[in-house]
Design a protein around this ligand. Structure first.
Ligand SMILES: Nc1ncnc2c1ncn2[C@@H]1O[C@H](COP(=O)(O)OP(=O)(O)OP(=O)(O)O)[C@@H](O)[C@H]1O
Ligand SMILES: [Mg+2]
Length: 129
């Protein structure tokens, strides 16, 4: 059982989502406020919040992606959107491969711990704002 820091019912429900993803062969990478479930073909990750802060971060990344689509290029985030899985609002995001900091763009200094890499097309994107 993962300790998602929500009420008991939500904790139980999110564990069901986690079990379902693990059964499908997803692997995990844990951050401070979210767990990223990485799909077996490394195309997307599904971010399940551990805390309200993680839920907020999911929303912020989805908003920044919409801003990018509208032409705001201050910080380029990996393509992502909020999606509903088994009744829970989670973030689905393009898989990003981290790159050497010497290849960071200028805007990487705005990104939490420089969590920046490339997507399948080789475009440099942030995966954690
Ligand atoms: N788009 C992505 N592609 C590949 N791996 C990812 C992606 N997003 C997150 N990860 C992996 O999952 C981990 C946790 O995700 P993320 O950094 O978004 O969570 P967090 O709780 O905000 O983390 P932090 O502890 O950095 O605040 C990352 O350190 C990274 O290894
Ligand atoms: Mg992180």
């Amino acid at each position: 059982m993962i300790d998602f820091f929500f009420d008991e019912q939500t904790n139980e429900g999110l564990n069901k989502v986690a079990d379902m993803l693990l059964e499908k062969g997803y692997t995990t990478a844990r951050g401070r406020t979210r767990i990223a479930f990485i799909d077996p073909s490394h195309r997307v990750v599904i971010k399940i919040p551990l805390t309200f802060e993680g839920e907020f971060a999911n929303g912020q990344e989805a908003k920044q992606w919409k801003r990018n689509l509208a032409g705001d290029d201050l910080v380029l985030v990996a393509a992502c959107r909020l999606t509903t899985i088994m009744g829970y609002n989670l973030l689905i995001m393009q898989f990003i491969t981290p790159i050497d900091p010497k290849n960071y763009p200028k805007w990487a200094s705005y990104v939490d711990c420089g969590q920046v890499g490339t997507n399948r097309n080789g475009d440099v994107k942030a995966y954690d704002l």
